[in-house]
Design a protein around this ligand. Structure first.
Ligand code: GLY
Length: 341
């Protein structure tokens, strides 16, 4: 088992790569409370049943303050106090909600995660961003607070639907584009093995993605600068997700292609590099084009957390494996998007 450390301002986090859910009792006390969703509870109840369980529904729609409120009610019922331990077992939604509920109840309880999806292993469960959506705006309410541990059990990925696997690959592609050209070459050479969850390939790709993310979070936990690079493709991606019924991976794939197109316009990448990015995304069965309502998308971008007054920090690619952040006027971004589509 490999471990990776994240040093947070409140607490540190240990990512346990290749650990198994069967060893969960090594990391949490007997009286810990598990927060999980219906599907994960059904699949892994044998490993969880000795703990008190709070079961929530599945899907992005339940990532709300109302769900957190129901969890607080359960905390009261279970006599949770400041000595209690909370463990989220699930994908990004469960981890984000668990981290937020644990960070805010009684001004903060100890918590950790068992991360069960590819998307949450490479992104959501790592780095200490917790939160919920509000009024359709993604993660607009939340905290920065590191989970004490994150178990990434690769064997749990075998039960995921293909669409869910592809969601994770969109974030893995993002990591390679912003930080590691060798990883991108590796991805290009192993597309079908990766999609089929070849153990060695997935282990390397998850590990490399978490190394990249943890390096960035260790440099800038609160997203004042460097961490913004992790938002490559997300400014437009999140805006698309707000208005269309489309998965996170699909939305950020489209967002990455638009951001790459804008990078090409600035001569930061060549036409060949742009085509390669598009082809790679396509080879994973992810979309590269989408007919969206530009006005709605710009409106949603204007409400993005990355906005500062009239400006937004937009992430471009300056050569493969190197992201750059540029503060641009929202009006200029609107014009550029208008010109492209
Ligand atoms: N998902 C982007 C971040 O953790 O900063």
């Amino acid at each position: 088992m490999e471990t990776i450390k994240i040093i947070g301002s409140h607490s540190n986090s240990t990512i346990l790569l290749g650990e198994t859910i069967k060893n969960i009792s090594k990391y949490i006390p007997n009286n810990a409370i598990i927060i999980t969703d219906k599907i994960v509870n059904k699949l892994y109840n044998k490993d969880l049943k000795s703990y008190k369980i709070i079961e929530i529904d599945c899907g992005e729609k339940i990532k709300t303050i109302e769900t957190v409120s129901k969890i607080y009610e359960k905390f009261i019922e279970y006599n949770v106090d400041r000595t209690s331990y909370i463990c989220g077992v699930g994908g990004g939604i469960v981890c984000d909600i668990t981290g937020f509920a644990a960070s805010t109840y009684m001004r903060g309880l100890r918590f950790g995660f068992v991360s069960t999806t590819l998307l949450s292993q490479v992104d959501a469960s790592v780095g200490g961003k917790n939160g919920v959506n509000f009024f359709g705006y993604k993660n607009i309410i939340g905290t920065f607070n590191q989970p004490e541990f994150v178990i990434c059990d690769f064997s749990m990925l075998k039960t995921l639907e293909k669409k869910e696997i592809l969601n994770g690959y969109a974030e893995i592609i993002k990591c390679s584009l912003i930080a590691d050209s060798n990883m991108l070459e590796y991805l290009k050479s192993n597309v079908s093995q990766a999609i089929n969850l070849d153990f060695e390939i997935i282990q390397k790709l998850v590990t490399d993605s978490i190394i990249i993310k943890s390096r960035i979070v260790n440099a800038d936990e609160k997203e004042k600068n460097e961490r913004r690079k992790l938002n490559f493709g997300h400014t437009i991606g999140h805006a698309i997700e707000k208005h269309y019924n489309i998965s996170h991976g699909e939305a950020i794939s489209i967002g990455m292609v638009v951001a790459a197109q804008l990078s090409l316009r600035r001569n930061l990448i060549s036409t060949d590099e742009f085509t390669m990015i598009k082809n790679l995304i396509q080879s994973f069965g992810l979309p590269t084009e989408f007919l969206f309502d530009k006005t709605k998308i710009i409106e949603a971008i204007a409400m993005d957390k990355k906005r500062e007054s009239e400006d937004i920090h937009f992430v471009f690619i300056n050569k493969i494996g190197n992201a750059v952040i540029e503060k641009i006027k929202l009006t200029d971004l609107k014009k550029e998007i208008d010109d492209l589509c």
